[in-house]
Design a protein around this ligand. Structure first.
Ligand code: SIN
Length: 289
């Protein structure tokens, strides 16, 4: 097995591993360490069934099954592996989308930060990918925090933010949710803006997503202005990698230390990704009051 950094900012490529065949404990320990060190790992050329994908993902921790609103999108296959797997897709069958997020842009985000215990990791497998487009971008939030100008860092290090649950990263209102009219009262979870990573004990910026975010205990206009400056800084800087998908790619990222987004793509092309999510823990901060 070889593990090689993808670029200076984030990610490593793992070669010489057949995930379908399973991984011995020694190899898994090296993969787990590389995942924590590099924030995101890429395995190319894999051929996986849902059972093999969920078995790989479950090595990282208990899986977070898709919520009812996701399951409603597709027919129940009856398979246990499938119950722990999400579908990200623009494909429509019998008038019904088979998965989430369609073919539009998905804004920068970490997954499900509107939960008190957001997922530890997410795994994506390229089951069917378009010939071009739908790139997935990743940003390293350790690096964003480490390199942040002291004046900006001082404004946020002891702050907490509200992470709204009403919309998907593609901007769709979730089933059963109301439109947000005031971000200060929006449903969701509150997390420190700078977290102490539970596994690495490094500090990372933890922003969730820009839409409907609110920095607690600030005037609304001040919160909006500070959030705009933070987002401009962390996704405009030299912290990112853009992944161009090939069929058979597997990506696993650390949801606590990364942000990701997806480019829109040609709706006439089919895209089907399988996703697993690993259940999370609360996110502490040394700066919390
Ligand atoms: C996601 O945002 O979780 C999906 C990313 C993608 O579709 O590439």
């Amino acid at each position: 097995m070889q593990i090689t950094p993808i670029n200076d900012a984030i990610g490593a490529r793992v070669e010489g591993v057949d995930l379908a065949a399973g991984i011995d404990d020694g190899s898994f320990a090296a993969i787990h360490k590389a995942w924590l060190d590099n924030c995101m790992l890429l395995f190319r050329g894999q051929t996986l069934t849902p059972t093999q994908l969920t078995a790989f993902a479950a090595r990282f921790g208990p899986l977070e099954p898709p919520p009812g609103s996701e399951k409603d999108l597709r027919a129940d296959s009856g398979s246990d592996a499938d119950k722990d797997m999400w579908i990200i897709s623009n494909v429509i069958e019998n008038g019904k989308p088979i998965g989430a997020l369609g073919d539009g842009e998905a804004e920068w985000h970490s997954d499900m930060t509107y939960l008190d215990m957001p997922p530890t990791a997410s795994v994506l497998y390229g089951h069917e990918v378009p010939p071009v487009g739908a790139n997935t971008w990743f940003a390293n939030m350790y690096r964003a925090w480490d390199q942040m100008p002291a004046s900006l860092a001082g404004e946020i290090e002891s702050r907490q933010a509200l992470h709204n649950s009403s919309y998907t990263s593609a901007g769709e209102l979730r089933k059963g949710m109301d439109e947000v009219t005031d971000v200060r009262d929006a449903p969701g979870a509150v997390h420190p803006i700078v977290i102490d990573h539970p596994d690495t004990e490094r500090q990372a910026l933890f922003l969730g997503r820009r839409t409907n975010a609110y920095i607690k205990d600030m005037e609304l206009a001040d919160s909006e202005a500070l959030l705009d400056r933070l987002w401009d800084y962390c996704v405009g800087g030299d912290f990112t990698y853009t992944h161009e998908w090939e069929r058979g790619d597997v990506l696993i990222w650390d949801n606590r230390s990364t942000l990701h987004r997806r480019d829109a793509f040609d709706p006439s092309h089919r895209r089907i990704l399988w996703r697993c999510q690993i259940s999370g823990t609360a996110l502490p901060s040394v700066h919390a009051a």
